[in-house]
Write a protein that binds this ligand. Sequence first.
Ligand SMILES: Nc1ncnc2c1ncn2[C@@H]1O[C@H](COP(=O)(O)OP(=O)(O)O)[C@@H](O)[C@H]1O
Ligand SMILES: [Mg+2]
Length: 585
Amino acid sequence: MLELKEVSFTIRKDGEEVPLVDRVSLLVPKGHFMAIVGPSGCGKTTLLKTIAGLNPESAGTLFWDARNLSQEGDFSPSEIGYVPQFSIAYDPLTVDESVEAATRLRVRCRNTEELDHRIDQVLEETGLSPISDRQVKVLSGGQKRRLGLAMELVSDPKLLLCDEVTSGLDPRSEREIVRLLHDLSRKDGRIVLSVTHSLAHLELYDSILVLHEGKVAFHGPPDQLTHYFSVTDTEEVYPRLATQPAERWHESWQKHRESYQRMVRKNRSRLIASGELHVPPEHAAVESGDSEKDRPDPDAPELPGFFSQFATLLSRRWRIFFRDRGQVFLQLAIILCFPILVTIFSDKASGNIRRYSDVRQTDIAAAIQEQQSVRGDQAKVGSAISGIIMFQVVLLSLMGSNNSAREIAGERPIYEKEKFGGLRPTAYLASKVAFLACLVIGQSLWMAFFVNFFGTFRGNFIEHAGFLLLVNASMTGICLAISSLMRTAEQASLLSIYLVGFQLPLSGAVLALPENIEAFTRPFISAYWAWSGSVEALQTQVHDAVKSVIDTSLSPQSACLYALGAHIAVALIAAWAGVRRPQWD
Ligand SMILES: Nc1ncnc2c1ncn2[C@@H]1O[C@H](COP(=O)(O)OP(=O)(O)O)[C@@H](O)[C@H]1O
Ligand SMILES: [Mg+2]
């Protein structure tokens, strides 16, 4: 039994308290199918989120059986299913894969038979079995809604909340979905609350709740709706609502409430007596008030462990990656073409650096001329080598931002939904780190080896490759953090691109910065540390050539290592904070 007592949800707007849900009281028994209707913007979604615990109620109390949700904590993830307005499935996956991933993330299965059984059962229940191998992107609107439902049903929730699952559908699909929801409420005493804007097929519901500006205007049997609002057709209810202020509707509802509630109860008894509605005995006991405090359901599925969720997410991520041809092509193009770009410039860097001692001249004028020419060579080779290292560093930074800027922000609503369903933020973040680490290692080492093949790195190659890897990892990490903190993928991409764009001018490798600015910016510029670390890895002679052309001071390799390590650590901590933070629209 779900009960709301005077529940409100208030926001502050221009210093004023604005109630979006206002003193809503209602009682929903087990096995009940209720519609929440009302004009657009009246607070239906907000009420649903308040029930789900996504909006903390500002006043009032919610009860689930005998449990006070306001005091004793929210629903456990398996008790509740919430089908939001947006799609919660990934387009490149098939129906079967989507349901499988949802099951693996939410339910601890003892073996594959149990897993398969659960998947088959929900596919059957939602009528998706015949199209289980179809990709989500080719599904019709109605099929997508069914999939959304199926993904929530995997944990067999006792309370199912649906937000506009019929909106935008053709009348036939709409009817089929409402019928499906009706049937789902007839199983194991499950409560189904369905938010809808549409006033069609209301006869299939056990009760209709009419919301108006966040307040209850009516809650009773569907056949009483037109009578209560003194209209001839349900379609006239909304225009009728607009004829008087919400507060007036609310007041008059308070007066009539009891008699309509009685009708709902009577209908229910009739359904139970006729055998049309089966409510498990323990639930009937709770309703009659003689059961002790409701204990957690012993049959409720347990959540899978960290590693299980991690493995599910990681394999799903790779699958999505390989299904998206565009992404694979872009990734391959970047990995192959960026090193080629660098090698085009590597010709000059392989030039010989002569020493003064190599030059033997008796004539002083010729000696000076020769020295100048040596210095010229040295400057040419030095600046070419420095430039090539910086070019590699910047390209790897760019790859880093391309790797992760959209990684979390692009799928935030789905992630929030999965987190609500019991996904651990640590497992989510770990799966992202593992996936990105593979890209980072592939990109950085290939860049280092490829460029080295066409013009040997004149120093310690391992150290150089290590710094390239670190700068890519640091940029990927920082952009992952940005992705987890920003509200949209567009914001995250833009910020990440700016961040890479500023690396080159602020690194000091091209132009030295004024000292006071440099001291302030340097700690944050990953490109500087990777460049400086790589320059320090050069052979003495080449190193001297580079030093002769740069105005910027170099840092010891250990400092570069610590700085990049610190960037990665800070990025991971920020990403962790970002994924923990709730971010529903
Ligand atoms: N977190 C929020 N902050 C400010 N306004 C909000 C918030 N959530 C919802 N609203 C506003 O509250 C009203 C009700 O929204 P909603 O519940 O989504 O309506 P419905 O689902 O009935 O169309 C809308 O005007 C919406 O803009
Ligand atoms: Mg809504």
